[in-house]
Design a protein around this ligand. Structure first.
Ligand SMILES: Cc1cc2nc3c(=O)[nH]c(=O)nc-3n(C[C@H](O)[C@H](O)[C@H](O)COP(=O)(O)O)c2cc1C
Length: 313
C-alpha cells in the first residue's frame, strides 16, 4: 500500500495532516521550532490573543497531577497589536498553517479582535475561545456562546474559517454546538477540560498562582471522545476537531474514528515538543497497518460499523 493520504478538511480549512498543536501549547511557534519541522503541523493554533497585553497569572501556572495538568495561564501575551506585529508575521514567513485563537472580554472586543485578525495575511482560520474571560459560562451556555460567535462572524470575511472551541462537557456540548453553528461557526472544536484544583499537601494552599485552573491530559480523553461521538451522532455533517488528552497516534486514530476530522494536541506538547510530528507518524503507521488509504475514510467510521452490523453492545 502507498503511504496513507493524511490530508483532511475541517470545513473549508484544508490541512496537510490531521494533527494540530492546541491553543497555548505550541507557544508562538518559535518554542517548537528546535524540536519539530513546523511544516509537519496540520496547523498551529496560537495562544489566545487578547485585545490588550496581559501579564498573565502569577506563577506557577501549571502543575502535574496523576491525571494530567492543571493549568491557569491567565492568557499572558503581547495583546493584539504585538501579536500582529511580531508573532503572526513570523509564522506567515514560515508558511505555518495558522489558526488564530481569540479571547474577548465583551462583545465589542470580540468583534474588534475578529475584524483585525481576519484581515491579516497568513490567517487560515479563527478559533473563538469561549472559555474567556475567567468565570464566563459561554463555553457551556448556548445563549452566551451564540451571541459571541454572531459578533465575531459579522466581522470576518467568508474566506476565513471560523472555529468555535466549546467545553468538553457531554452534558452541554451538543446544545452549545448547535448554537454556535446557528451563529455562523463552520466547525466545532472540543474543547476545554473541566475546572480543576491542586492543593499543595504540605501547605494545604493552592499550588497555582491563580489558585484554580483547568484539567488537560489523559483523564480528559474519554470525556472529549464522548463529546466527539455525541456530536457526530447529532450533527453528522458538521466538521469537528477533537482535543483532550491526545498523546499518541492511536489516540488520534480513535478520535478521528469517533467523528473528528482533525485532532488537537495540548499538554502532551509540554512533555514532548515534537509530539505533533510523532503522533502524525504514529497515525500514519496505524492507517497503513489497518489498510486505511485516507484519513477521510477513517472519519466517523466507528459510527458506520455499529449501524451497519446492527450490533448492540
Ligand atoms: C500551557 C497551556 C496553555 C493553554 N493556553 C490556552 C489558550 O491560550 N487558549 C485556549 O483556548 N486554550 C488553552 N489551553 C488549553 C489547550 O488548548 C487544550 O484545550 C487543553 O489543554 C486540553 O487538551 P490536552 O488534554 O491535550 O491538554 C492551554 C493549555 C495549556 C496546557
Amino acid at each position: 500500500m502507498n503511504a496513507p493520504d493524511l490530508t483532511t478538511a475541517v470545513g473549508e480549512l484544508t490541512l496537510a495532516g490531521p494533527v494540530m498543536a492546541a491553543s497555548g501549547c505550541g507557544g508562538t511557534g518559535r518554542e517548537l521550532e528546535p524540536f519539530t519541522d513546523l511544516s509537519s503541523l496540520g496547523a498551529l493554533v496560537t495562544r489566545s490573543v487578547t485585545l490588550d497585553a496581559r501579564a498573565g497569572t502569577r506563577p506557577p501556572r501549571a502543575v502535574e497531577t496523576p491525571s494530567g495538568l492543571v493549568v491557569d495561564t491567565g492568557l499572558q501575551g503581547p495583546g493584539l497589536q504585538g501579536f500582529l506585529a511580531t508573532e503572526l508575521p513570523w509564522l506567515a514567513q514560515r508558511k505555518v498553517r495558522t489558526v488564530v485563537s481569540i479571547a474577548g472580554e465583551n462583545l465589542g472586543e470580540w468583534a474588534e479582535l475578529a475584524r483585525r485578525v481576519a484581515l491579516s495575511p497568513g490567517v487560515a482560520a479563527v478559533e473563538v475561545n469561549l472559555s474567556w474571560p475567567p468565570g464566563s459560562t459561554a463555553s457551556r451556555d448556548s445563549f452566551a456562546a451564540e451571541k459571541i460567535v454572531a459578533a465575531v462572524r459579522r466581522d470576518i470575511p467568508r474566506g476565513v474559517v471560523l472555529l468555535a472551541k466549546v467545553a468538553a462537557d457531554p452534558h452541554t456540548v451538543v446544545d452549545v454546538s448547535r448554537a454556535v453553528l446557528k451563529a455562523g461557526a463552520e466547525a466545532v472544536v472540543v474543547g476545554h477540560g473541566p475546572a480543576a484544583l491542586a492543593l499543595d499537601p504540605g501547605t494545604l494552599r493552592p499550588v497555582l498562582g491563580g489558585d484554580a485552573g483547568r484539567l488537560g491530559g489523559p483523564a480528559v480523553n474519554p470525556v472529549a471522545l464522548r463529546c466527539v461521538w455525541d456530536l457526530h451522532e447529532a450533527l453528522p455533517d458538521v466538521p469537528l476537531v477533537g482535543g483532550g488528552g491526545v498523546r499518541s497516534g492511536l489516540d488520534a486514530l480513535v478520535m478521528l474514528a469517533a467523528g473528528a476530522s482533525a485532532v488537537q494536541v495540548g499538554s502532551a506538547l509540554l512533555h514532548d515538543p515534537g509530539a505533533v510530528r510523532r503522533i502524525t507518524e504514529e497515525l500514519s503507521a496505524q492507517l497503513e497497518q489497518r489498510g486505511i488509504a485516507r484519513v477521510a475514510d477513517l472519519v466517523g467510521s466507528a459510527h458506520r460499523s455499529t449501524s451497519e452490523t446492527g450490533d448492540t453492545p
